[in-house]
Design a protein around this ligand. Structure first.
Ligand SMILES: [Zn+2]
Length: 122
């Protein structure tokens, strides 16, 4: 990961140092930056998949739990947002302080600033 970030930084510096501000280069520049960002996110996802798989295999081995146990837990957690869609979905949260509704995307009340309890791995 460190290597990847280093390469990204080097790339950014190289671009900046090449100077030359042709008016049309702005658009392609942002596309290139976006592609770099996508690669970075893909890299992080692949790393997380590796980490997840390793964690699961370690836990299954050490705690003597089964794939069926994991499947049941996945379903339970998936349903916490009220939608069985195989992922954790952004959900409406009612503020315990002012009673108004905010999105779990922000994890705080957009009206009074109350911080909501975040899932540790979320
Ligand atoms: Zn509030």
């Amino acid at each position: 990961m460190g290597l990847f970030i280093g390469a990204g930084l080097g790339y950014g510096l190289g671009r900046r140092m090449s100077g030359g501000s042709a008016p049309s280069s702005g658009m392609s520049g942002s596309n290139i930056a976006q592609e770099g960002r996508v690669r970075e996110v893909e890299h992080q996802i692949e790393r997380l998949m590796l980490l997840n798989q390793s964690l699961w295999e370690l836990l299954r081995e050490k705690l003597n739990i089964s794939d069926a146990d994991l499947q049941a837990k996945i379903q339970e957690v998936d349903m916490r947002d009220g939608v069985a869609d195989g992922k954790m979905t952004t959900t409406a949260l009612k503020c315990p302080t002012c009673g108004r509704t905010s999105s779990s995307k922000h994890w705080k009340c957009l009206y009074c600033g109350q911080q909501f309890e975040k899932p540790i791995m979320g």
